[in-house]
Design a protein around this ligand. Structure first.
Ligand SMILES: [Zn+2]
Length: 91
């Protein structure tokens, strides 16, 4: 299977993101460290698969967020994201 065939959008990472952030993060506004453009998490390109989640910028392809599950826990690398705006939960 080619990498392009494995690609989904960030909405496919909703389950993994919810486990870490305890609520739906697909509406969070995240700014790319590569091109400084902001996008909702749900529109990032998801290249994850069995190994975890790799979310890339839809504008410049920078890796913005990685989540890898191991027997010892989950690793999250957000070094490709400069700012993350998490919306308030509706009351
Ligand atoms: Zn970018």
């Amino acid at each position: 299977m080619r990498v392009e065939e494995m690609r989904l959008d960030g909405n496919a990472a909703a389950g993994a993101l919810r486990e870490i952030f305890a609520h739906d993060m697909t509406t969070a506004l995240v700014t790319c460290a590569g091109c400084a453009r902001a996008s909702p998490m749900g529109v990032l390109m998801n290249y994850g698969g069995p190994m975890g989640v790799i979310l890339r910028c839809p504008h410049c392809d920078t890796v913005m967020l990685r989540i890898v599950s191991t027997p010892g826990g989950r690793y999250m690398d957000a070094s490709g994201s400069s700012v993350m705006l998490i919306p308030e939960r509706p009351t």
